[in-house]
Design a protein around this ligand. Structure first.
Ligand code: MN
Length: 327
């Protein structure tokens, strides 16, 4: 792996017109790292733009400078010399904009997914980091950046949400130390915790009520999960980001080592049914191995996949995979 921030720092110092990208279906770390870098780079005199075609999920609407987000590629600067990609385990994760940037010669890849194929000219990939935001903190520190409240809020959000509020095993002494610095610089832990964990939308609560009855715990007590149908989304009037975090619920059951949430994706005419899976595990099982069976990946404790097929069939297949890999 390529864990030295040096080459990334050098490339950013040399950049003038920088576009920052992150993965589709952004989460706290995706938005936190990309927006944090954008704000910091701008304050260091760079012409930096955060480009995404996605909308910001409800629970992240407290984040700073959301009106800076650019969603029109034609208006993204023409003299683009540097593309910074944050929190993408693979290049295609940037979404449709991939086809516009795939031949660009100066892609900087900053990420913490073990499966990252190092698609950039410069790669800063550290799978031991709690989050991409934590790696961004190291980059900005090495650039001599003095953290302000906005950037501190962004990076704290990334670390706090990718560790699930410091509950996951990726909460290292370094994560706590960095978060301490970020709070010193103005991040507000109580406000961030309130938005991330105590301000769920009514649509999300209605969706949860519909999803919980699908909970199944396998007879061995170690595998548990739920499924979400297209009808449930419709009946709850919930948007797709509402599912974020549901997979933590089965994992919170005593004795459970592997949890999952399967979601039916709306399908185009004539296309087979598709299912999106989220998997969380304890140290007893490697989530990347289970999701790898379906062509997905991620982290050892948190992975995902998208597969063609009927949701109940995929559920059976997934449970088989869990049994196979459980130690
Ligand atoms: Mn992340």
């Amino acid at each position: 792996m390529s864990q030295d921030p040096g080459p990334t720092v050098e490339a950013l110092k040399n950049g003038k017109n920088i576009v920052v990208l992150t993965h589709v279906n952004m989460d706290g770390d995706a938005l936190g790292s990309a927006m944090g870098m954008t704000i910091a780079l701008k304050s260091m005199g760079k012409n930096a733009v955060f480009y995404t075609e996605d909308s910001v999920p409800h629970y992240l609407r407290y984040m700073p400078k959301l009106d800076w987000i650019q969603d029109n590629w034609m208006q993204v600067m023409t003299n683009l010399d540097t593309i910074l990609i944050c929190d993408c385990g693979d290049l295609y994760r940037v979404g449709p904009v991939e086809k516009r940037i795939i031949d660009h010669l100066n892609i900087l890849n900053v990420d913490h997914h073990a499966s990252n194929p190092l698609f950039g000219r410069v790669n800063l990939v550290d799978e031991t980091a709690s989050s991409t935001s934590e790696i961004c903190y190291r980059v900005l520190t090495q650039m001599g950046y003095e953290f302000d409240e906005d950037v501190a809020t962004c990076l704290y959000t990334g670390i706090y949400s990718d560790t699930s509020a410091f509950q996951n095993t990726n909460s290292t002494p370094e994560s706590f130390q960095i978060c301490g610095e970020l709070v010193q610089a103005g991040a507000n832990p109580a406000m961030i915790a309130r938005y991330l964990y105590r301000q769920q939308s009514p649509g999300r609560a209605r969706l949860f009520r519909l999803v919980v009855p699908t909970l199944e715990i396998e007879p061995n007590g170690r595998i548990a999960g739920m499924i979400v149908t297209t009808e449930m989304f419709r009946d709850a009037s919930a948007d797709s980001s509402s599912l974020e975090g549901f997979v933590e619920f089965p994992l919170s059951i005593e004795g459970v080592d592997a949890s999952y949430v399967l979601r039916e994706l709306p399908h185009a005419n004539g296309r087979p049914n598709r299912v999106k899976g989220s998997v969380r595990t304890t140290e007893a099982i490697d989530a990347t191995e289970v999701c790898g069976h379906f062509g997905g990946g991620g982290h050892r404790r948190a992975s995902g996949f998208t597969a063609d097929g009927d949701i109940e069939t995929i559920r059976k297949e997934l449970i088989e995979q869990f049994h196979r890999h459980l130690q």
